[in-house]
Design a protein around this ligand. Sequence first.
Ligand SMILES: NC(=O)c1ccc[n+]([C@@H]2O[C@H](COP(=O)([O-])OP(=O)(O)OC[C@H]3O[C@@H](n4cnc5c(N)ncnc54)[C@H](O)[C@@H]3O)[C@@H](O)[C@H]2O)c1
Length: 444
Amino acid sequence: MKVTVIGTGYVGLVTGACLADVGNSVLCIDIDHAKVARLNAGEIPIHEPGLDEVVARNRAADRLQFSSDYDAAVAHSDIFFIAVGTPTDEDGSADVRHVEGAARELGRRLTRKALVVVKSTVPVGTHVLVAHAIEEELAHRGQSVKVAVASNPEFLKEGAAVADFMHPDRIVVGTEDPDAIATFTTLYAPFNRNHNRLIILDPHSSELAKYAANAMLATRISFMNELARLAEKLGADIEKVRDAIGADPRIGSSFLYAGAGYGGSCFPKDVRALLAMARENVVSARLLSAVHEVNEEQKHVLATKLRDALEGELRGRVIAVWGLAFKANTDDVREASSVVLIRDVVAAGATVRAYDPQARETARHALAEIERKVTICDTAAAACDGADALVVVTEWLEFRSPDFAALAARLRARVLVDGRNLYDPRAVAAAGLRYVGIGRSQAA
Ligand SMILES: NC(=O)c1ccc[n+]([C@@H]2O[C@H](COP(=O)([O-])OP(=O)(O)OC[C@H]3O[C@@H](n4cnc5c(N)ncnc54)[C@H](O)[C@@H]3O)[C@@H](O)[C@H]2O)c1
């Protein structure tokens, strides 16, 4: 099939590349000319495991192309995936201007029957807005063609996006149009071979399902972070509590990690957007508000723990930070806890030496306003040079088993704040370091 994908970010690029990989002819377009030029030069603008191979393979086979030209986009196919960003607006709601903009670009050009698929995470009812925008543009040109608008939210995880797209748990499609259902069934058949993953529902429910999934996962994280605070006061270890409750199949062990709060481009934004929807519809959302508030507070916990471990004073201290990406296997630092921590300690008078395997450039950009106080290092060891304490913020594989004795020799105040509870507190203490974890009072 021929497919056009609008937006070549984490979702659009992965969608386009994976659809091409199963034999479709895909044109990806983006208004960011620099990004398109990089893609056409064979560069991948984001770090996503396996993505470079898929893109290279399909470019070489001429199944995947990149452009900034909407005329070419409309000429290429009759199926359009909108995968542009939906950032948080001033009032917390999702800003759908880019989605509407893309829809209008299509409406200005369409001359044949088309299927427009909203893949971006959008407030419930956005499919109606998209349909109206397209109809308005068509009417403006006196054009009358049937355009179906469907919802197809994306559930991939950054860091495992290609694997998630190729082997989805579910493919959620919101449409009541029989032709659209037939198109999705054919398009997604290669991802459905041994088990039908397609869940077809009405577009409103489909749009809400995406927010519900992220809000549920965010809720589990905030729940554990709240319990972690209590565990510290009560002399319990949240990691042992996690093992005990996760063994219950009704609860399950995923997403029960206490830590430095959730970040990234989705959970914080989507919880805020769902709260905004509740507000607009005069529905009380106390649970969601609490999930959000707990998370906002949690992002400052690392700086507080660090200050406490350094005798109440961060001024003049040098803090090593391992991990800048909001999670492992990505270079994405959007709403990352590392950024909050670094801003906190710099505001308190410290300087930072930070290291991340992939997010050095994105972090440099995110921390530009305090760049004089933050040195981005090329290795984990270099980040500890001359540092008083080390804070581990992201669970990259290379941080999992450090040489604690070498760290003890390097860190002047011998403090290790384990923001992800990666380490055995006894092993850290045995090397002569002061261990500070999350929700692990007995060990601290
Ligand atoms: N990142 C994730 O893990 C993830 C997962 C599931 C869903 N989502 C959702 O998918 C959507 C996209 O997220 P992302 O992380 O890929 O965003 P992104 O910011 O990485 O990429 C968006 C791209 O869209 C382009 N764009 C904006 N307006 C455009 C237009 N009118 N025409 C063409 N291109 C345009 C931008 O230049 C940018 O390259 C969001 O709604 C997000 O919530 C993201």
